[in-house]
Structure formats: structure tokens, C-alpha cells
Design a protein around this ligand. Structure first.
Ligand code: MTE
Length: 307
């Protein structure tokens, strides 16, 4: 993110998308599809638009764009590198350890962590701090359901998410472009919000490696860098954790990272964004359009200071 600017898109990245989708329809129809099944363009097109929740009646980003224009520095710093460099990344078996302020530290097999939890189909805006955005249909579980399974102590106030550290499998970790492993964190009340997901799939298919298989955090009212990929650890704590981009460039990337068109990045404006697949820039919405649901989490806070 330090390296590339929002204007770096090539014209080949800009492809029209014909598929429109509404969340209520999507939940009703696609929600019945099991994770791992395929949402064909025909199925998607059959789901008509009825308006409603923010971000849900907009054109979906082409799946080919969402899976080939990625930030995942463990697999290369150019947007087109992760899909190739992560091609042979093996994510089975996968375990997630839970420690810190919990009743009992545990290690879960991936399947056990999410087994029995309600699978969510959600179409969310995805706004990168670099001022590009997408609209992505995710499948996953609510972070709060996973947290409840982890039994945090009442004194825990934050949860930290850590990406796998394994330079033999993640070639980008052999270079010190970032301090490894990649970590992100949320205040516990943010993590417990029903919009926050741990995703296991997108476009009705298992999550591709380049998008963070097998488990990626998605917090739609925050900039995309909060969404740590290939998560192996949840740690509960009562002090604000260090996070990768905040440590790397504290004046540019805050802990909260709420999408905010009135607080510019020191090197570019956040007032507008380039929606991948569209030519003209569009205005960025406060909290990425999810303010009605999440603004109360930040009441009384100065969002210029806590950026
Ligand atoms: N997670 C890890 N482990 N490594 C990364 O480099 N990049 C972040 C975030 N999660 C990143 C990461 C950034 S900057 C963004 S914008 C999103 O992932 C991109 O997610 P996407 O490729 O699914 O669009």
C-alpha cells in the first residue's frame, strides 16, 4: 500500500459487469446453496434487484477482477502476483489457535471452529485505503459467533487476528517489506457487531488462496487492510494490539481505519474511489455506507484523531 497508488489501474482492469444483485433476494435464493456450490452468472442474474440495504443493490464486481487484483504481500506486492504465487498454497489441514484472555487456550481444526455456526451470505462494499473499491458476495460466519466459541474473559477488550507465518510457503515473507506475520485487530465491540465476518467463501465458491483462504476477516465499514487473510490465531487482550500497517506507517494507517471521506490519507484524498469495473470515480460514503448500523460504536470519539 505504500508502494502503489490508486491510479495504478490499467485499462485492462476496467471491465463492465452486467450482474446486479440484491441481498434479500440473494439470501433467499443463494443462501440455500451450500458453501462450495457454484453461483453461475445465470443464477446471479436470476436474482433481481429490489433495493434496500446500502451496498446491496449495486453491481457485483466481476469475479475475475476480485480474484486477480489483490493485496496479499505474503504472495507478492503487485496486485496481479498473489493469484499466481498463491496457486499452490495448501490450506488443508488448517488450525486456528485461541489464546490470551480466554477461559482456556485452545487450538481448533478449521472445520471445528466454524462447525454448526450460521453461514451468512452477504454482499458488501469492499473499500481499499488506496481508493479503489469492489462489491463482493461473501460467504462466512459472524465473528461474534466464533468469539463466543472462544470463551473470552469479561476483561478482554480487543481481539487480534494473525496470519500464518511460514516463509517456506509464503514467498513474500522472505523479504522484509512488512513486519511478519501480518496482524490486525478490532476492539471487541467492533468484532461482535453482526456485520463483521470471518469469510470462507466468495461468489458461492470456497475462498481462493489469493483472497485469504481458508479464513479472512471482513469488516465492511473499515478499509480493506483490516481484513487479515489466512488467519491462524485469535488472541484476546485488554490493551490495544499493535497492527501491521499501523506499525509500518502510523501517520498513514490508523488502528480504527474506518472508511471516512473527510479524513484524507496524507498522500491522497479519500473523498472518492474508483470502483473496479467502472470508469468514473464515485463518492466514498462515511463508514463505507454502513453508518446507520455502526456509527454508534464510535459516539463521542474524534474520528480525525482516531483515524
Ligand atoms: N492480509 C495479509 N495477510 N496480507 C496482506 O498483504 N492485505 C490487506 C488485506 N489483508 C493483506 C491482508 C489489504 S491492504 C487489502 S485491501 C485486503 O486484504 C485485500 O483483500 P482482497 O485481495 O480480497 O481484495
Amino acid at each position: 500500500m505504500l508502494i502503489r497508488r490508486s491510479d495504478d489501474l490499467k485499462s485492462s482492469d476496467i471491465t463492465p459487469e452486467s450482474v446486479c444483485l440484491d441481498r434479500r433476494q440473494f439470501v433467499g435464493t443463494a443462501g440455500a446453496l451450500a458453501l462450495g456450490s457454484v453461483l453461475t452468472p445465470a443464477t446471479l442474474q436470476a436474482l433481481s434487484r429490489t433495493g434496500g440495504q446500502p451496498g446491496t443493490s449495486e453491481k457485483l464486481t466481476r469475479e475475475a477482477d476480485a480474484t486477480s487484483y489483490n493485496n496479499f504481500y505474503e504472495f507478492g506486492t503487485d496486485k496481479d502476483e498473489p493469484k499466481d504465487q498463491a496457486k499452490n498454497f495448501i490450506t488443508k489441514p488448517w488450525t486456528i489457535s485461541v489464546d490470551g484472555m480466554v477461559k482456556q487456550p485452545k487450538t481448533f481444526a478449521f472445520d471445528d471452529l466454524i462447525k454448526g455456526l450460521a453461514l451468512q451470505d452477504r454482499v458488501y462494499r469492499h473499500r481499499c485505503v488506496e481508493a479503489w473499491s469492489m462489491v463482493i458476495p461473501w460467504q462466512g460466519v459472524q465473528v461474534r459467533d466464533v468469539i463466543n466459541r472462544c470463551d473470552p474473559l469479561p476483561s478482554a477488550k480487543f481481539v487480534e487476528f494473525t496470519t500464518l507465518l511460514d516463509p517456506t510457503r509464503m514467498p513474500g515473507q522472505r523479504r522484509s517489506v512488512l513486519p511478519w506475520p501480518y496482524t490486525e485487530a478490532l476492539r471487541l465491540d467492533e468484532a461482535m457487531h453482526p456485520l463483521a465476518l470471518l469469510v470462507t467463501g466468495m461468489y458461492g465458491k470456497p475462498l481462493p488462496n489469493q483472497n485469504g483462504a481458508p479464513l479472512k476477516l471482513v469488516v465492511p465499514w473499515k478499509y480493506g487492510f483490516k481484513g487479515g487473510k489466512s488467519i491462524v490465531r485469535l488472541r484476546f487482550t485488554d490493551t490495544m494490539p499493535h497492527t501491521t500497517w499501523n506499525d509500518a506507517a502510523p501517520s498513514e494507517y490508523g488502528f480504527f481505519a474506518n472508511v471516512n471521506p473527510t479524513v484524507d490519507h496524507p498522500r491522497w484524498t479519500q473523498a472518492k474511489e474508483r470502483r473496479i469495473g467502472q470508469f468514473l470515480k464515485i463518492p466514498t460514503l462515511m463508514f463505507n455506507g454502513y453508518g446507520q448500523q455502526v456509527a454508534s460504536l464510535y459516539s463521542g470519539m474524534d474520528l480525525r484523531k482516531s483515524y
